[in-house]
Design a protein around this ligand. Structure first.
Ligand code: ADP
Ligand code: ZN
Ligand code: ZN
Length: 728
């Protein structure tokens, strides 16, 4: 065919773990192919969904070798805008990841499949005159229909409102439409109808003014405020301005920070329901949220990590709450930092980004210290409540009961005696972290990981928290048959039982992933806490996140000592963040709070700095140490991770990879075993590349990563690249 040489060539992303795009011809369709459209293409013997990333005028392959696009499932509608495509392209180049996986990560799960369809524009339902008349009569036998009608009495209702009324709402609604009682129209943006907030404190006002002044241009703001200092109030004020200007805003929160309490607070203050999205929703709900964002109807989206890639045509502000939180880094597959990508997205759009936290990550802390970010400090609690006081208990001098010192126990008793609430924090789930035989020393280890099995007494099981494999608790020691199995150490389950025996009359609520598996359980428990009756809370870091429990006046931190001498250079930073976050639960309202820290190392320098001088001084000290040790954020790292069943295969691959690392300023170290070498039956090792600047590191990575798949040993291992790693 003569015209074939003038045909455009489509560069298509396919969901494959390959670092390349795939070329296709547009085929004979009445559609002008554009970047951002979905296509159905032949791949081997299959048909696959792809996304056009680029329309080029030539291919490296001869044109007659290229296959035609089979279909355009969405016609000319786009699933990615130019803006998101550009961001995703930056992502796969920066994170050295397979473009197809990066692109598909940004799509709602249903649109990753051929049968998924872009939903029609969202509609709203309102009463017709006939419907109004029907509503004036008594319900009679049509109870469900009548309830739906009632929901539209004042104003039009949307799917998400009707969904909450009855499980058969779709059928019922179809009836109402059939009968002509209800009509469907294209949904209108929710009217902005904000309620009044409190008068801002001076520190809050300064932050609001500065952030508002940067609307319309790229600027990073660190909103550094202790828990309860009114950060959310600052978000609300700036959001209101953005929304008044007709803009959209995106609020990203950590995985376990997204609670109905938070959403209803935004709803109440702003006067409309924010669109919420996270991985716990059904695929249909996630698609609906995506469509709302894309149409511009969603004026505020609140979501976890993945919401970062939503198409939002009028996006004018990005906020990341609890920016230090580890869940903002995706830890498998396409490993990216949603904080860093959020900053990149804001830069591309030319809009401000606000990073809020009481405990900035050292990365953000140093960006603020170097004046790359504006630093807004909120140092007072907005309600006027005092900061909690700290008491450090030297465990070497204490008599203990099940992990709690007698002094702490007395303090708990006193708090409960006053009718207040106490919170006991322990970052270990289960009854005991290990079970062992007192005769022969046998202990229960995971067959597949370098880890002990946690003893869950309630379910009589031993469970690996790393791979989820487990077994029943043996009655006798499997090694020597003695009846001498005992737990060693304490977990939250044991603490709960012990405290229940000491305070039998007090309600006890346990918050951890074992106790709060069921959906809605967390909210049920926290409602009970907020009802205000005296009670004891026991839990893991699930309790450390943004929840407002006004009656908690005492926090006991059972043990964080492991972090003080950990091999992980980030352990101290994380410990400090956790301590401050947990302490922030105490005395948030009118009642003064106290935090008791149990430790074997009361003289540890970092601990002393944190307690005596606060998080900012602590972070400054850690930064100085990092700088002296030439560690991030003062240097830049990337890992080449590899795993296989056989250690020899992993080491052979990494050794070959090291051989071909290009010469330059960046250094390559290793191979090292991962901190947990064996996990789910696979042996994990890595190489570490490090340089003084990002460009130096990336120049060498770019020359290196594309060569890795050609190494002879690469076929026997799984490998991936982790840029700016958080875990080793
Ligand atoms: P953060 O997000 O920093 O934890 P919040 O914004 O949730 O803080 O504020 C903590 C509490 O203080 C909330 O109950 C909030 O309504 C209240 N609050 C915030 N700002 C003010 C203010 N300027 N005056 C009075 N109360 C305030
Ligand atoms: Zn034994
Ligand atoms: Zn395991």
């Amino acid at each position: 065919m003569q015209s074939s040489s003038r045909q455009p060539v489509l560069r298509v992303a396919l969901a494959l773990p390959l670092r390349q795009l795939f070329d296709y011809l547009p085929g004979d369709h009445a559609i002008v192919a554009r970047p951002g459209m979905r296509v159905l293409v032949p791949f081997g013997r299959r048909k696959m969904v792809g996304v056009i990333v680029e329309v080029a005028d030539k291919s490296d392959l001869p044109l007659e070798k290229l296959a035609d696009v089979s279909a355009y499932p969405d016609g000319e509608q786009l699933v990615l805008t130019d803006e998101t495509l550009e961001l995703l392209e930056w992502c796969w180049r920066y994170y050295k990841h397979a473009p197809g996986e990066v692109v598909f990560n940004a799509l709602p799960p249903l649109l990753r499949k051929a049968e998924g369809e872009i939903p029609p524009p969202p509609v709203q339902y309102s009463l017709t005159t006939a419907g109004e008349k029907r509503l004036q009569e008594p319900p009679g036998r049509i109870k469900a229909q009548y309830r739906l009608l009632g929901e539209m009495r004042e104003e039009a209702a949307t799917d998400s409102q009707l969904r909450t009324l009855t499980s058969t709402w779709r059928k019922t609604l179809a009836r109402l439409l059939e009968q002509g009682w209800v009509q469907a129209d294209t949904q209108q943006p929710a009217p902005l109808n904000p309620g009044a907030g409190p008068d801002l404190l001076e520190e809050q006002q300064v932050a609001v003014t500065a952030i508002s002044a940067s609307l319309g241009k790229f600027h990073c703001h660190l909103l550094d405020g202790v828990t309860g200092s009114g950060k959310t109030e600052v978000y609300l004020c700036v959001l209101e301005q953005v929304l008044r200007q007709g803009g959209q805003a995106l609020l990203l929160v950590p995985e376990i920070g997204l609670t109905p309490q938070l959403v209803s607070r935004f709803h109440q203050r702003l006067g409309f329901e924010p669109v919420v999205t996270h991985s716990g929703l059904s695929e249909g709900q996630r698609l609906a949220a995506w469509a709302m964002a894309k149409s511009g109807l969603a004026r505020l989206v609140i979501g976890t990590r993945s919401a970062l890639f939503l198409p939002m045509p009028d996006l004018q502000l990005i906020i990341l709450d609890e920016e230090h939180d580890a869940s903002f880094k995706q830890q498998d597959g396409f490993r990216y930092s949603s904080r860093d990508v959020a900053v990149k997205r804001a830069a591309g759009l030319g809009v401000p980004v606000v990073l809020g936290t009481a405990t900035p990550s050292l990365e953000t802390f140093n960006n603020a210290a170097a004046d790359r970010y504006s630093w807004h400090r909120l140092r007072q609690r907005a309600t006027g409540a005092a900061e909690p006081t700290w008491r450090v208990l030297d465990l070497c001098q204490q008599s203990m009961k099940g992990g709690i010192s007698s002094t702490a126990m007395d303090a708990i008793g006193e708090t409960l005696g006053k009718g207040e609430q106490a919170l006991v924090f322990l970052n270990r789930r289960g009854y005991a972290p290990v079970i062992l035989c007192h005769e022969c020393g046998w202990h229960a280890a995971c067959q597949r990981c370098d880890a002990n099995l946690t003893w869950l007494k309630g379910t009589n099981r031993l469970l690996c928290h790393h791979c989820d494999s487990g077994m029943r608790v043996p009655v006798m020691c499997p090694e020597c048959n003695a009846d001498a199995l005992q737990g060693a150490g304490e977990g939250t389950e044991q603490l709960e039982q012990m405290l229940a025996s000491v305070f039998p009359k007090t309600p006890l609520l346990r918050f951890d992933r074992d106790a709060v598996r069921k959906k809605g359980e967390f909210d049920r428990l926290s409602e009970q806490v907020k009802a205000g009756e005296s009670c004891l809370l026991v839990g893991t870091q699930m309790l450390a996140k943004g929840h407002h429990f006004p009656q908690v006046t005492l926090v006991v931190i059972v043990n964080l000592d492991q972090a003080l001498y950990s091999a992980d250079f980030r352990a101290l930073e994380r410990m400090g963040q956790l301590m401050v976050q947990v302490a922030g639960r105490a005395g948030r309202d009118q009642l003064p709070g106290e935090v008791i820290l149990q430790t074997h190392y009361p003289q540890h320098e970092a601990l002393l700095t944190l307690l005596q001088s606060g998080y900012e001084a602590f972070a400054a000290d850690l930064s100085a140490d990092r700088q002296a040790a030439r560690l991030p954020p003062f240097t830049y790292q990337a890992l080449l991770r590899s795993d296989a069943h056989d250690r020899n295969d992993v080491r052979a691959f990494l050794n070959q990879a090291k051989q071909i690392f290009p010469a330059g300023e960046a250094m390559i170290y290793g191979p090292f075993p991962a901190m947990m070498e064996r996990r789910s039956g696979r042996i994990r090792w890595y190489l570490l590349a490090q340089a003084d600047t990002r460009p130096l590191l990336h120049r060498q990575l770019d020359g290196w990563v594309p060569q890795l798949k050609k190494l002879p040993a690469a076929r026997k291992v799984r490998w991936s690249v982790d840029v700016d790693p958080q875990d080793y």
